[in-house]
Design a protein around this ligand. Sequence first.
Ligand code: CO
Length: 217
Amino acid sequence: MNKLQNLLDNNRRWASEIKERQPKFFEILSKQQSPEYLWIGCSDSRVPANEIVNLLPGELFVHRNVANVVVHTDLNCLSVIQYAVDVLHVKHIIVCGHYGCGGVRAALEKNRFGLIDNWLRHIQDVQQQYSSIVESAGTIEKQVDRLCELNVIEQVRNVCETTIIQDAWARGASLNVHGWIYGLSDGLIRDLNITMNGGEEINSIYSLAIQNVRERT
Ligand code: CO
């Protein structure tokens, strides 16, 4: 029976390396977590949240799903956001997409993979709304990348429109929502300039961010 011994061995080495550097690391961490950030990203194995922003266990609260979609009725995602905001009091929520996202590409090309097609319908809605921007991008790869950016911007707005974030802002919580996109080919994150903190109109920041994408095509 293959017990994935290689992964278990990796884990032993990883834990002992951390303990060598900081003997009480796990002991302290086991008592509490107080991350400043909630990360909402894609499940893609090439976009490991903690690693690409170089944060340690305990520093990043994470929710990942296919194509980093935030749906108003997704109890899973909403529960993560609510716990992060109301209990952990995170200061920042980061929606981070990535270029070349397979989920976004499948939505754009209307590929059929099964149940997941229904999930990706949300991205097809974004594509339909901004088809002029997407179609003028050129090659299919460029179209996918534009739709990846638009999808992040859309999901940032969805986060901001939840009752959780609206209520947090109404009681004066310091909470920023950011939209980022990660490049698989260079390992770099780019800010899509759609940071919202409750102080300004959501729709005006949203429109500016969409305009930025339009101007790049
Ligand atoms: Co992806």
